[in-house]
Design a protein around this ligand. Structure first.
Ligand code: DLL
Length: 435
């Protein structure tokens, strides 16, 4: 039930004291070994010795992804090359890549974080975990793999791709736990069904550990139902570690942060003021034990809130709410702020529509044009114009009443929207860059 009970159920006052001690050490590591932190702290007139309580953290400056890009490749490393066991990197598709280093101890801590999630879904050394996140510079594959090994599971490192073979392995090798993105879990489930199986009853699988992208509750329920499993949401980001920063227990209602390793704050993205627990804003993370790449007040751009109510599972580590999206993914449709995941929640309430969609942004004169492409399920009579028009108008009305947005809807034929084996690309931005 727990992987590290003494840590996961530590009394809250002890946990806060541990966080404070570790935060001071982490700050010293950053201040003494990473020039960027020394310069920033000095400029702000603060030093690690000023940290007398966890609240004092609010006096320290933030770091952002651009700082890591500017420090490419090793400028944020607090350890020498001989102590670096592995590096990961972000893809860099939207700019200069960022490189993150891990010592052997960092990797061991990472494995422990993910293994806690394996215990949350009832896994043990008897479990077989299939890792269908991509292996490589992306942290999904190797992060989940480390968790499986830490727990002592049998790990099947399929990586992503070759979906029919994934299904066959799941069946033949008796996979208990599948780890992959939600969009890939859905594709694996649909592929198994197309291959003539009913994975919910015919496969021994009991849980999925899915993350790396937002998924609406309806999409999670669909995956859980098609595969007959408990759904565990896993959150993480490569700058901070990878998957396992937070993981969802079976009580649901949010994702437990590994608070012995990370300290979370929520700030108002405009004013950067720290917000009280329960309020939505941008998640800011401070690492407490990372040796190679300590980060103090890293602005994740992810939008969530802290849930501090005790959880019935007995874990004392606070939860964050399911992520709505990133501040930089937020669409402003005719003045209304909307995350793609909110649109997904509405779409997935329509049984006629598959859980596949794309939002295409383009210019229409000085205005943004937003087109929502959705796909009907194979049973829907796509040739019947009246039925299509009726579906469009019902979907349009639902979006309008739920999200107060008016979007152009285009209904496309089944299986025309590209499926993803990693992170799904939900928003296609064709707008000309505005300078
Ligand atoms: O996606 C690490 C990861 C791998 C997490 C596998 C979970 C499972 P990056 O590629 O650096 O790292 O992307 C990090 O993905 O800032 C969020 O915006 C988003 N994200 C990650 N997990 C979730 C989640 C990995 N559970 C970025 N729900 C983060 C919603 C998520 N968004």
């Amino acid at each position: 039930m727990y992987y590290q009970p003494e840590i996961e159920t530590m009394p809250v006052d002890e946990l806060r004291a541990l966080q404070l001690t570790r935060m001071r050490e982490s700050m010293r590591n950053a201040y003494e070994n990473v020039p960027l932190f020394r310069e920033r702290f000095d400029a702000a007139g603060v030093s690690p010795d000023d940290l007398e309580s966890l609240e004092d953290l609010a006096r320290f400056p933030f770091v952002v992804k651009q700082d890591m890009r500017d420090a490419y490749p090793f400028g944020m490393f607090a350890r020498e090359n001989k102590d670096v066991a592995r590096i990961h990197a972000s893809s860099g598709t939207t700019g200069q890549a960022t490189v993150v280093g891990h010592t052997a101890s960092d990797l061991a801590n990472w494995g422990d974080c993910f293994a806690r999630g394996i215990a949350m879904v009832g896994g043990s050394e008897d479990s077989t975990i299939q890792v269908s996140y991509g292996y490589g510079l992306f942290t999904g594959g190797l992060g989940a793999h480390a968790g499986g090994e830490a727990m002592g599971c049998t790990v099947i490192p399929t990586s992503s791709g070759n979906t029919k073979r994934q299904v066959q392995m799941m069946k033949d090798c008796k996979t208990d736990i599948l780890a992959c993105t939600p969009s890939y879990a859905l594709l694996i489930a649909d592929t198994a069904i197309e291959m003539g199986y009913d994975p919910a009853t015919e496969f021994p699988i009991s849980a999925v550990i899915c993350g790396a992208e937002p998924a609406s509750q309806n999409m999670k329920d669909e995956i859980a139902e098609k595969l007959g499993v408990q759904y565990c949401d896993v959150y993480g980001l490569s700058e901070i570690m990878g998957p396992g920063v937070a993981m969802e227990c079976k009580e649901r209602g949010g994702i437990h942060v590994a608070e012995d390793q990370f300290y979370c704050e929520i700030v108002d993205p405009e004013t950067l003021e720290v917000l009280p627990d329960g309020e939505w804003g941008e998640l800011v993370i401070t690492t407490l034990v990372r040796e190679c790449c300590p980060l103090i007040r890293y602005r994740t751009r992810d939008v969530t809130r802290i849930i501090s109510e005790p959880c019935a599972c007995g874990r004392t580590h606070r939860k964050i709410d399911y992520l709505r999206g990133r501040t930089d993914d937020m669409l402003i449709i005719r003045g209304v702020n909307v995350f793609p995941s909110q649109i997904e929640q509405v779409i997935t309430e329509f049984p006629e529509i598959a859980t596949q969609y794309q939002i295409i942004l383009s210019n229409k004169g000085p205005l943004d044009r937003v087109e929502l492409q959705v796909e009907t399920v194979p049973e829907f009579p796509i040739d019947e114009v009246r039925k299509i028009e009726d579906l469009k108008s019902r979907l349009g009305a639902e979006l309008k009443s739920n999200l107060q947005v008016a979007v152009e809807i285009k209904i496309v034929e089944p299986k025309t929207i590209e499926r993803s084996m990693g992170k799904a690309k939900r928003v296609i931005d064709l707008r000309e860059a505005k300078n």
